[in-house]
Design a protein around this ligand. Structure first.
Ligand code: SF4
Length: 429
């Protein structure tokens, strides 16, 4: 399949009929992942601290160090029941996410990772992300490579692609000016790939960015993946989701007319209903990222029915049955495995499914996926907002229970695919 350039990708993304776009994406999906297998994972998201210097305008999760009534850092003892519960539910991994803490340098994370591995040597640690690595490097006066090597030796297994949002400095300077630049995000990932570390790539869309900036983001990921050393996994998967804006400073600024000149929310007039925008974004990511094997359907943010539709738009992975999720959920996303086929409306948008129905026909007619019939019915990373945590140690957990995996498997089967449980390296468990 010929590689898409920027103009071709932007034209397809913007103009192609949804069914045609999804059909092309499904061809590419089956070239990467033959057969009708759809993978999923059981892990637990643990937000080890909410103290962060960055102050991103889309983030309800963080608080400043001088807010003692809100600030928390988990104690080591807080992790022990979380690990026990994770294991009891069949999980194998902690996704550790927090903020850019003013005092937590390399020693803090080395100690934490070593102690966690002492408790459970087989536990996988999928932790931090490029912003944290860059922050630790600055605090501890180290290179990115030195930080990654020390953390890997302390127990870091894989590096999530968190904090990418949109890799365009126009966007980042406004949304998250204290966060590492687009180039710094890519530089950390380049070092991780050079060390043979497995990572993921993310994109958070639907805020102030343009469609062209979304395509540039995908092209930057593709170019970096091209540069990985021979035999290195690089980005194992790509995950995208719409930004959750409820209660964020960005949403308030927009509502109050306080966005500066040249910045608008959304960045371009909305062309599509949210479900279609998600499916189009999954499909174009599959087509542009021709060197990344796995595309996740981020059902935790878009809802299970839409996540399942993404399996006919190029996605091959349902992500995690996340046992605890505090970040995206605090900015408006609270989808669970209780959502099964036939539900209507997501994100409080009345009539959304009705508006989408005509598009389903185009999907149903292709030869590759199961289609998206109405009787047929995976995150994110750590980077969108959350509010204060009434119970940080326990959080508002339990998006999964012992039935969670069964429900997700049943949903995958109902969409015409074969579920299989994987680890973070996409090996069968
Ligand atoms: S998104 Fe991440 S880096 Fe930005 S303020 Fe929130 S916790 Fe900090």
């Amino acid at each position: 399949m010929k590689r898409l350039d920027k103009d071709e990708a932007l034209s397809l993304y913007s103009n192609a009929p949804l069914g045609e776009l999804c059909e092309r994406a499904q061809k590419a999906r089956f070239a990467h992942v033959p057969g009708r297998r759809v993978s999923y994972q059981i892990d637990r998201n643990v937000n080890y601290t909410n103290v962060c210097l960055s102050g991103c305008k889309f983030c309800n999760f963080h608080c400043r160090p001088d807010e003692p009534e809100k600030a928390y850092t988990l104690t080591f003892e807080d992790y022990l029941p979380k690990i026990a519960e994770l294991r009891a539910l069949g999980g194998d991994q902690l996704l550790l996410q927090g903020g850019l803490h003013p005092r937590y340098g390399i020693d803090f994370y080395e100690t934490l990772f070593r102690r966690l591995k002492e408790v459970d040597p087989d536990l996988k640690l999928n932790a931090l992300g490029p912003p944290e690595i860059a922050h630790i490097a600055r605090l501890s006066r180290m290179t990115y490579r030195e930080v990654l090597v020390r953390l890997r030796d302390a127990g870091l297994d894989t590096l999530p692609g968190a904090g990418a949002e949109i890799l365009a400095d126009r966007v980042r300077r406004f949304l998250s000016p204290a966060k590492p630049s687009a180039q710094q995000w890519l530089d950390v990932m380049r070092e991780a790939h050079a060390l043979g570390m497995s990572t993921t790539a993310t994109m958070v869309y639907g805020h102030i960015e343009t469609l062209a900036e979304r395509i540039d983001h995908l092209l930057a990921l593709r170019a970096l993946q091209d540069d990985r050393p021979a035999g290195a996994p690089g980005f194992r998967a790509f995950i995208c989701w719409p930004m959750q804006l409820t209660g964020t400073a960005l949403a308030r600024m927009a509502a109050e007319g306080r966005l500066p000149e040249g910045i608008s929310l959304p960045g371009e007039p909305r062309r599509w209903l949210p479900d279609e925008e998600f499916l189009r974004t999954i499909a174009i990511a599959r087509l542009v990222l021709d060197n990344v094997d796995h595309i996740q359907a981020s059902w935790l943010t878009v809802g299970l029915p839409t996540g399942l539709r993404a399996l006919s738009a190029g996605a091959d992975d349902m992500g995690s049955i996340m046992i605890e999720e505090n970040v995206v959920s605090s900015a408006g996303s609270r989808h669970t495995l209780d959502e099964m086929p036939g539900q209507t409306g997501h994100d409080g948008l009345p009539g959304q499914d009705e508006g989408f129905r005509g598009q389903d026909e185009g999907l149903r007619g292709n030869d590759y996926g199961a289609g998206c019939p109405e009787d047929n019915p995976d995150a994110g990373a750590h980077t969108t907002g959350k509010g204060s945590l009434a119970d940080p140690a326990g959080a508002h957990s339990s998006l999964a229970d012992p039935a969670g995996a069964r429900n997700l498997r049943a949903a995958i089967i109902s969409a015409g695919f074969t579920p299989w449980l994987r680890d973070q390296q996409y090996n069968a468990r």
